[in-house]
Design a protein around this ligand. Structure first.
Ligand code: PLP
Ligand code: COI
Length: 355
């Protein structure tokens, strides 16, 4: 741990808490009172500040708008029954943030600065953490390049900002997903493993096309053969096949999710057989047909554990068994929530306590 981060704090003189309807929290639209902001200049991170949430002045020439050096993280803070506040596994996100930074030729942010900046902001805006079941404070740290320069080269200046949003469930119902075999989200040698803004930009059109056909999300497949399952648009994907928890092994084309890792850890610790390996579309469709595939679900910070109700492939829709009876995913969600909300001992040391 480094010394405590020195942060200049300017508090809002008019909190929006009172006027916020906590019974209606659409994902990512309501922001807490403050945000964290820091600058990278002359080869170092500086100007650590917490300021009221609001617009920031930027040059119209900043390089991120042209060449896309932008990436982000997503994690959550939880309020426990006894009033304690915890952030879930922030050092995992700090590590991934730096993997994204390296791949996008941006400066790394020391992990302690990442975690301490988040903890300071969450502590200041702790009254924004909802206490309703399955609710939390979504934390969105991000970095982007700010050189006002149109030459194609890595920027020399960047901003690192953190926003927070009180949220409930990202997906409101079990998903109808389509296995995508034409478009690709990422390819070998690319940056699918990074949480780069560009990965999401490229996935919007295919997702929009699938939505027109009535699907909620895509299951991406490998760009080379479109024969192997990779992940969902905003979450990793897992299957229960013949009593085994099966999930695609991560590669440079797949985002290595913190939730994915947490569920695999929980499953292994409870004696559930786990396989991280290549998962072919053929295997998924075959096991859907012969009834061996009993559960499929997305796992991610925003998504938590979202059941999949049906899977479309080559014009055919395959229905899964009733998701409310899905034994493993419901049990895993309960176990994860119990840890995150401090209802059971934190056996894996996942909760970073704030305040
Ligand atoms: N894959 C993609 C494309 C995502 O956007 C996310 C969400 O963050 C995940 C996987 C799951 O990652 P995590 O569990 O770290 O949130
Ligand atoms: C997350 O779960 O943090 C995500 O990034 C998903 C998303 C809303 C893009």
């Amino acid at each position: 741990m480094t010394d405590t981060l020195e942060i200049k704090i300017t508090k809002t003189n008019k909190s929006r808490l009172e006027e916020t309807d906590f019974s209606h929290l659409p994902f990512g639209k309501i922001f807490s009172d403050h945000m964290f902001i820091a600058d990278y200049e002359d080869g170092e991170w500086k100007n650590f500040q917490i300021v009221p949430y609001g617009d920031i002045p930027l040059s119209p020439a900043i390089s991120v708008l042209h060449y896309g050096q932008a990436f982000f993280e997503g994690l959550k803070a939880y309020k426990h029954e006894n009033g304690k506040i915890s952030i879930f596994r922030p050092y995992k996100n700090a590590e991934r943030f730096n993997k994204s930074a390296i791949r996008l030729c941006a400066p790394e942010l020391p992990e302690d600065i990442f975690v301490q900046s988040i903890a300071a902001l969450v502590d200041l805006d702790k009254d924004w953490i909802p206490s309703a079941p399955d609710h939390s404070l979504y934390i969105r740290p991000y970095m982007f390049s700010t050189d006002p320069y149109l030459g194609v080269q890595p920027s020399k200046t960047y901003k690192y900002i953190i926003l927070t949003c009180p949220v409930g469930a990202y997906f409101s119902k079990p998903l109808k997903v389509k296995i995508e075999t034409t478009w690709s989200r990422s390819s070998e040698g690319g940056f699918g493993f990074a949480k780069a803004a560009g990965n999401y930009a490229g996935s919007l059109l295919p997702a929009q096309e699938a939505m027109k056909e009535g699907f909620d999300q895509l299951i991406w497949t490998d760009a080379r053969e479109h024969a192997y399952i990779e992940e969902l648009g905003a979450a990793n994907v897992m299957f229960m096949i013949d009593g085994v928890l099966v999930t695609p092994s991560t590669r440079d084309t797949i985002l290595k999710g913190v939730t994915r890792d947490s569920i695999l850890t929980l499953a292994r610790s409870r004696g559930v057989p786990v396989e991280e390996r290549r998962v072919s579309i053929a295997e998924v469709i075959e096991s859907l047909k012969n009834g061996k595939l009993t559960e499929a679900f997305g796992v991610g910070t925003a998504a938590t554990i979202t059941p999949i109700a049906s899977i479309g492939f080559e014009g055919e829709l395959h229905h899964l068994p009733d998701t409310s009876k899905a034994e493993f995913s419901n049990r895993a969600l309960k176990a994860l929530n119990e840890i995150r909300y401090g209802l059971v001992p934190d056996e894996f040391n996942w909760n970073y306590l704030v305040g």
